[in-house]
Ligand binder design. Structure first.
Ligand code: GZL
Length: 322
């Protein structure tokens, strides 16, 4: 073989290997699939609704579903994925609790030849990429959610000075990072507003209440509370009322998710707005998985569109809420 042909052949083999290195694991079309869903925790109605959505989808989508619950531990979520890999799952649906600690789980699944779809939260894009390390992210635009809450607040807050306390979600999670960025960047457009405190309540109602009680001591003049999820917003409303404040009258509470309790609080005039962040990922997971098994190329971000709930429409949607 002459030298030129040898070089061309070596280049082709190298390119092939490189392509293989980036090629996603395929999903063989089957009658039934062994599906892993590694839930991070069940500490609020949102999480419980998401898990139920996957369980309710299993029969219709021919899944033998293995669902685990990491009880709020990223390390246990990684271990749960390890166990699913050992059980020989065909496909993994993973809501990574935090952006960085779940990278090893994503890499292990890929190395084991298991296609992974991130649902509802994503990982650090500098460490793992859709289309290379995992197939796609199925979820909302959290930056846009935060921006929409800020824009509604600018439009509907009638006062001269908005003193804002922010209750952040789980530290290191993509919704907390991005809902903060979206809100902070958008609210800065109006000089009436100042964020005087921003602290995590871990997306939990009781911790949200406790943090709000503490922040109320330090900032008694607060007149706006921005919570990254409805559970913390409801906890904040409890703290405000315990302190003799009147949510909806002398303090504006704004949030994200669209839970039943939040829609009721809006109807009762205690909350101003909640931007939807749906937990019902089961049907979408089924549809995208089947498209992938059929050999379709999946877009790196399968974006979920979110509605906005206010006094105008909360009563129309409370029956479908969780
Ligand atoms: C959003 C999801 C968040 C919800 C919280 O996709 O990750 O986690 O907003 C939940 O209620 O705990």
């Amino acid at each position: 073989m002459n030298r030129r042909l040898l070089v061309l052949t070596a280049a082709a083999v190298g390119l092939g290997a490189a392509t293989m290195a980036f090629a996603l694991p395929p999903l063989e079309k089957k009658d039934r699939y062994k599906v892993g869903f590694a839930q991070m925790e069940s500490n609020n109605p949102w999480r419980i609704a998401e898990t139920k959505s996957f369980q309710d989808t299993a029969a219709a989508c021919n899944w033998d579903l293995i669902a685990t619950d990491a009880a709020g531990s990223a390390a246990k979520q990684v271990a749960d994925v390890d166990s699913m890999i050992a059980q020989g799952i065909d496909v993994l649906f993973l809501p990574p609790r935090e952006e960085k600690p779940l990278i090893p789980a994503v890499k292990k699944a890929r190395a084991a030849g298991i296609p992974t779809f991130l649902v509802d939260r994503s990982v650090d894009p500098n460490a793992a990429k859709a289309g290379e390390d995992f197939v796609a992210f199925l979820g909302s635009d959290f930056i846009d959610q935060g921006r929409r809450v800020a824009e509604w607040t600018i439009e509907n807050f009638a006062g001269d000075k908005g003193i804002i306390v922010q209750l952040e979600g789980t530290t290191g999670s993509s919704p907390a990072n991005d809902r903060k960025k979206g809100f902070d960047d958008a609210i800065a457009a109006d000089p009436r507003f100042e964020i005087v405190a921003s602290q995590t309540g871990d997306f939990a109602r009781d911790l949200g209440r406790q943090v709000m009680e503490t922040l109320l001591q330090a900032h008694p003049d607060v007149n706006i509370v921005y919570a990254h999820n409805d559970e913390m917003a409801i906890g904040a409303i409890q703290a405000l009322e315990l302190a003799g404040r009147k949510p909806g009258e002398d303090v504006l509470v704004v949030s994200i998710d669209g839970t039943r309790d939040a829609l009721q609080a809006i109807i009762d005039g205690k909350m101003g707005v909640t931007v939807e962040s749906s937990p019902f990922f089961g049907p979408l997971a089924c549809e995208v998985m089947n498209r992938y098994a059929d050999g379709e190329k999946i877009e790196p971000w399968v974006q979920v569109q979110d509605r906005i709930f206010t006094q105008d429409n909360a009563a129309d949607h409370i029956d479908e809420a969780y």
